[in-house]
Write a protein that binds this ligand. Structure first.
Ligand code: MG
Length: 230
């Protein structure tokens, strides 16, 4: 009798632990890290703030367990809202692609104004180049490799200064980026002279959407918020 109740207790114990783990995953919204003035672009529940880049159709990426995931071949997605100077917080998770190399290994990207890419890639443990994770693609390698291994959540906290134009539309100051990866400074007010590759191909402007890249790999994102800066 005693043995049976002990077994029942152990089963109940593990059921409770299991349930609380599942609840913690499902209920993650990032709410606790968000400042009061943040514009929430993704809280884990739906893609209502996002469209397919170019067509404006609904975004077709998967949403489950509080994150969105690239569905390869469905295209880049971008926000309906457009932004100039801003602070952006975004979290990302890379699949382990042990057989893939270089740019084929868990590639995605965060494009400010749809034009200026902070690369997302599995570059864990590498000597970072200007196309590795954390790089401003083709412009600047991160100051240090701050990457975590794949299958762990990571953060980018980005301060973006949009290009500025005079009354005639002439560009008078270039875009600038300050970036923290996993709370480590990896770019300190770096000038970005031109749009990086594979972004939205229109003229540079004072505002533009935030874009996330479908580079064919099932990368995940969660807890995306932004504060316009004036
Ligand atoms: Mg990329």
């Amino acid at each position: 009798m005693l043995a049976r109740s002990r077994v029942a207790f152990v089963i109940l114990f593990f059921l409770l632990i299991g349930t609380s783990i599942v609840c913690a995953e499902v209920l993650f919204t990032g709410n606790e890290t968000r400042p009061a003035d943040a514009i929430v672009l993704f809280d884990g529940s739906n893609l209502s703030e996002w469209v397919k880049t170019g067509s404006g159709e609904p975004a077709k990426w998967k949403v489950e367990h509080g994150y969105m995931e690239v569905v390869p071949g469905t295209g880049n997605i971008c926000t309906k809202k457009e932004f100039g100077d801003c602070q952006l917080h975004i979290e990302f998770w890379l699949p382990l692609m042990a057989d893939a190399k270089g740019q084929a290994r868990a590639n995605s990207g965060v494009y400010l104004q749809g034009k200026f890419e902070i690369q997302i890639l599995d570059s864990y443990g590498l000597k970072s180049q200007n196309n590795d994770c954390g790089a401003i693609y083709g412009v600047a390698a991160p100051l240090v490799n701050a990457c975590r291994p794949p299958e762990q959540w990571q953060t980018y906290d980005i301060i973006f200064r949009a290009p500025k134009f005079d009354a005639e539309g002439k560009e008078v100051s270039k875009a600038r980026l300050t970036v923290f990866q996993n709370n480590v400074l990896i770019h300190d007010n770096v000038e970005v002279p031109n749009a990086t590759p594979a972004g939205i191909e229109n003229e540079k402007g004072a505002i533009g959407p935030l874009m996330l890249q479908d580079h064919g790999n099932p990368v995940r994102f969660r807890n995306i918020w932004l504060r316009p800066l004036n």
